[in-house]
Structure formats: C-alpha cells, structure tokens
Write a protein that binds this ligand. Structure first.
Ligand code: SF4
Length: 94
C-alpha cells in the first residue's frame, strides 16, 4: 500500500465517501449464507462494486479482522481466503 493509502486508511477519512453510507447497513450483514442471505450478499457486493473506496475498505477489514459482513466487496469466507494468500499460507492439496 502506498503512503497515501496508509494515511487514508489510518485516518478513517475514506469512510466519508463510502457508497454504503446511502444504504441500509443491514444489507451488509446478512444472516447465514443461503436463501435470502444470498440475495442480500449479492446486493451488498453490487454496492461495493460501485464504491470508490473499495480497496481501502477491504484493507481496513483485513487489518482489523472484521469477521462478519461484506467489506470491500468480500464476504467473511472470501476475506479469510485473501488473508491466507496475503500471509503466504497455502493449504496443501492431496
Ligand atoms: S466497499 Fe462496500 S462496504 Fe466498503 S465502504 Fe464501499 S460500499 Fe461500503
């Protein structure tokens, strides 16, 4: 991450332009991962896809270990995968 990116991330100023500020926050915290939750996850990801601070949001979620909800267009499981990749931890496939 660039020095500017780090400054923006740590200042929290990125939240000011977050697309989700205009959306019901419950959309970003679906309960479960089936049925209506899948539609909710898709709706949240669509908002994130149009958000100018998506990368900063994802970095924030990873850095602060947000373990629920959609952040930066990524679900809990997707963030776990990203974290593993970034940490260089790979599962051995047998
Ligand atoms: S990426 Fe998604 S959750 Fe993050 S600030 Fe943007 S709209 Fe909100």
């Amino acid at each position: 991450m660039s020095a500017r990116g780090t400054m923006l991330l740590e200042s929290g100023i990125w939240r000011n332009t977050a697309k989700c500020r205009e959306i019901d926050p419950t959309v970003f915290f679906p309960i479960g991962s089936t049925g209506s939750a899948l539609r909710q996850i898709a709706a949240a990801k669509a908002v994130c896809g149009d958000c100018s601070v998506r990368d900063l949001c994802l970095d924030f979620a990873l850095k602060t270990n947000q373990d629920s909800g959609i952040w930066g267009g990524a679900s809990e499981d997707e963030r776990r995968q990203i974290r593993r990749k970034r940490n260089g931890v790979h599962r051995k496939v047998s």
